[in-house]
Design a protein around this ligand. Structure first.
Ligand SMILES: [Fe+2]
Ligand SMILES: [Fe+2]
Length: 307
């Protein structure tokens, strides 16, 4: 079983921008793009990413959110084209990021553009509404299986106030996740949680973290899982998390197209190979990083571990 993990594409477009859009949180996003983030993103690399992935088709391609920067219609159109291209080489799964739900309208734009595809439910709920409507909470986590691996897509995104980039799992979704993790453990499956925000403390500032991180961690510690893939922090991180049933690898991908010089922030994606069986899993992580002169990705050695 081989997985490609990529994250935080931040596709950006001001096509058809109306004046009224400038009176929303989006103005901050636009300023942030021109001041900082946009200068470090090279979206021309997306074509190369697709070519690279096509060289050796994986079983599953996981995209952990922030497909777009402002959650605008033309940005989701670009994202759709990229994802459709990728889906020719492997099944694609998407979880929403906070930038995809940037303002309330963004969430609806994503729902219209991508809902019901790429393993997303037809409706993309706002977790604050889901707290009152149990039917909405039931839309996530999305569960699916590939061979001996079980995937759980967790939605942590919601339209938060300007200057905030927080996320939340919410009680309803967490309850579903606990049950699903337990069930998959009893079946001896390799359990993979996909989410946008970091699941563990200390990786980002409070205004950017998961507000119910402690509750999420408690669920993982009680029920266990083998791998957690996430994004949001825009740098490479790997660590292990001890739980009642063993330990999980906790892994973040950088912003896919980042041209940042610093090694851990430089763009790229992972290829992750999983083999073995319950109690004796072997996981090998290969890091594909943007080459020094740009334009292509170099394969770096990475690491492997037993879980
Ligand atoms: Fe991001
Ligand atoms: Fe994010």
């Amino acid at each position: 079983m081989e997985i490609v993990h990529l994250s935080d594409i931040h596709l950006f477009s001001l096509e058809g921008l109306s004046l009224s859009e400038l009176f929303t949180k989006r103005l901050l996003g636009i300023l942030n793009w021109y001041r900082k983030r946009g200068r470090l993103m090279d979206h021309a690399l997306l074509a190369r990413v697709a070519e690279r992935i096509a060289l050796k088709a994986p079983d599953q391609i996981c995209v952990t959110g922030d497909l777009t920067h402002l959650g605008r219609v033309p940005e989701f159109r670009m994202a759709e084209r990229f994802l459709e291209g990728l889906s020719g080489y492997g099944e694609v799964t998407v979880v929403p990021g906070n930038h995809d739900f940037y303002i309330e309208k963004s969430r609806l734009n994503m729902e219209r553009a991508l809902g019901g595809r790429f393993n997303l439910p037809g409706r993309l709920p706002d977790f604050r509404l889901a707290a009152k409507e149990p039917a909405l909470a039931g839309l996530f986590p999305v569960y699916f299986r590939r061979g001996r691996a079980a995937f759980f897509s967790v939605c942590t995104a919601f339209a938060c106030a300007p200057h905030l980039a927080v996320g939340a799992v919410g009680a309803g979704q967490l309850k579903g996740l606990r049950n699903m993790l337990q069930d998959a453990r009893q079946q001896g499956l390799f359990r993979i949680v996909l989410m946008h925000h970091p699941p563990v403390a200390g990786l980002t500032r409070p205004r950017r973290q998961l507000v119910d991180q402690a509750d999420f961690l408690d669920a993982v510690i009680q029920e266990g899982c083998e791998l957690i893939l996430f994004g949001h922090i825009h740098y490479r991180h790997s660590s292990t998390l001890e739980h009642r049933w063993g330990r999980a690898l906790v892994l973040s991908a950088p912003a896919l197209c980042s041209t940042a010089r610093q090694h851990r922030r430089r763009g790229g994606y992972y290829r992750i190979s999983i083999s073995g069986k319950a109690g004796k899993w072997h996981v090998a992580v290969e890091d594909h990083i943007l080459s020094r002169h740009g334009g292509d990705f170099d394969r770096q050695r990475g690491f492997s571990l037993e879980l």
